[in-house]
Design a protein around this ligand. Structure first.
Ligand code: AMP
Ligand code: ZN
Length: 415
């Protein structure tokens, strides 16, 4: 099984840290609104990665956080005149409803930043004790230049980056590239007690602490959208490796971005679509199917036309599964015919082809083409004369391939 590792920029054979187990951490959303269809891409992609590992027999520990303290949450809370926790709790609940609609399996653990402050404080203290961090006026900074491997993930050179930054004279940082681990309290904002005064953690330390606590010092896979490579994941590596003294993640996986009508999705362009809106128009399985029709490392364009063709494609598979179910119910218990045995052999080859596609860096686009091949095989070989064993085997195979992709192949009532 091969996957593309952003760290080495090549496809590598997957070798787990602990035999038979996969520990994966996926950066989750900041919860201040309904999630948008861009946020849905890593959820769908990495849920499919998880399902494939499970199908291969691995025991997967899947951890994905909710960032529930952040400037955007605080701003929304002030606008609505409620406290920040009310906002984050509301949108975590809404996000879970959307995830359910997209058939995303519940994570082993969804840690919340606000419940992990103690662990983050401990980590920051360790970094200070080891000389990798320093405090100035209630803010704690990471001493970037002390970490020799900084830039390894994003392939950036620290000196080039530093040259591009203008430092204000008043800047209290030792170096322009130092980043914040802890920031002091501002009036009206949520804050926690720490050795450096009341305040709250920076965003990056959250994921370093949670992956350490819920998976371990070295994890198998760390994942998220490609916008997170720099600075978020680069900073996570620096914090974790300096604190723990061992490599952080063996494999780094990043999904490419989802655009709308060939343009970047953004609030200012007014082309921002939430999963909730799509769910009013379509069964969210169609959204999942649409996303998996592309390789996760290819940019993906969302448009009404493409969603319609995804709907039609999925319906074709569901219709095939419906008729197999129908024929299986009525089929006779008899020995398979020679033709059926040949067709079943072909079906088994297709299952192997499906695995080959998934083994090649989770190529769901090719895997879905194989599902269509199986549908064609079923449509041209099954009728009311089919034997039970044959029809049921084809049906089981089709449903199993669907299950690996997180798709339930059955026709649902129109919504
Ligand atoms: P955020 O709440 O912005 O931190 O995003 C949560 C996750 O969604 C991260 O893994 C992002 O990389 C990912 N993400 C955000 N926008 C998009 C997009 N347009 N396409 C694909 N992934 C995205
Ligand atoms: Zn993260």
């Amino acid at each position: 099984m091969k996957l593309y590792n952003t760290l080495t920029k090549q496809k590598e054979e997957f070798v787990p840290v602990h035999e038979g187990k996969v520990g994966m951490y996926v950066c989750g959303p900041t919860v201040y609104n309904y999630i948008h269809i861009g946020n849905a891409r890593p959820m769908i992609v990495f849920d499919t990665v998880r399902r494939y590992f499970e199908y291969k027999g691995y025991d997967v520990n899947y951890v994905s956080n909710f960032t529930d303290v952040d400037d955007k949450i605080i701003k929304k809370a002030i606008e609505e005149g409620v406290d920040a926790q009310e906002i984050s709790e509301r949108y975590i609940a809404e996000c879970k409803k959307d995830m359910d609609g997209m058939n995303i399996k519940p994570a082993t653990k969804n840690p919340l930043a606000t419940e992990e402050i103690c662990g983050m404080v401990d980590m920051i203290q360790t970094l200070i004790d080891k000389g990798y961090a320093y405090e100035k006026n209630g803010t704690v900074y990471f001493r970037t230049r002390k970490f020799k491997n900084y830039g390894q993930l994003s392939k950036k050179n620290l000196d080039d980056m530093r040259a591009g930054i203008r430092i204000a004279v008043s800047d209290e940082k030792e170096d322009a590239m130092d980043f914040v681990l802890w920031k002091p309290k501002k009036e009206g904002e949520p804050a926690w007690v720490s050795p450096w005064g009341e305040g709250r953690p920076g965003w990056h330390i959250e994921c370093s602490e949670m992956s350490k606590k819920y998976i371990g010092d070295t994890i198998d896979i760390h994942a998220g959208g490609e916008d997170l490579v720099f600075p978020h994941h680069e900073n996570e590596i620096a914090q974790s490796e300096c604190c723990n003294g061992v490599p952080f993640a063996k494999y780094w996986m990043h999904n490419a971005f989802l655009n709308i009508d060939n343009r970047k999705m953004s609030k200012s362009l007014g082309n921002f679509r939430t999963v909730r809106e799509i769910g009013e128009q379509y069964d969210l399985q169609v959204l999942r199917f649409f996303m998996l029709n592309a390789h996760y490392r290819s940019p993906l364009n969302f448009s009404a036309d493409l969603m319609e063709s995804a709907k039609t494609g999925l319906a074709r598979i569901c219709n095939a599964a419906d008729s197999l179910k129908h024929y299986a119910g009525a089929a006779k218990e008899a020995e398979m015919t020679a033709e059926e045995m040949t067709a079943l052999e072909e079906a088994k080859n297709l299952a192997k082809k499906f695995d080959d596609a998934m083994d090649d860096d989770f190529n769901t686009a090719d895997a879905i083409s194989v599902v269509f091949e199986l549908v064609r095989l079923a449509n041209s070989n099954v009728n009311e004369d089919g034997t039970k064993a044959f029809v049921q085997s084809l049906l089981d195979e089709l449903l199993e391939l669907g299950d690996i992709l997180g798709l339930v192949f059955e026709t649902k009532e129109e919504i």
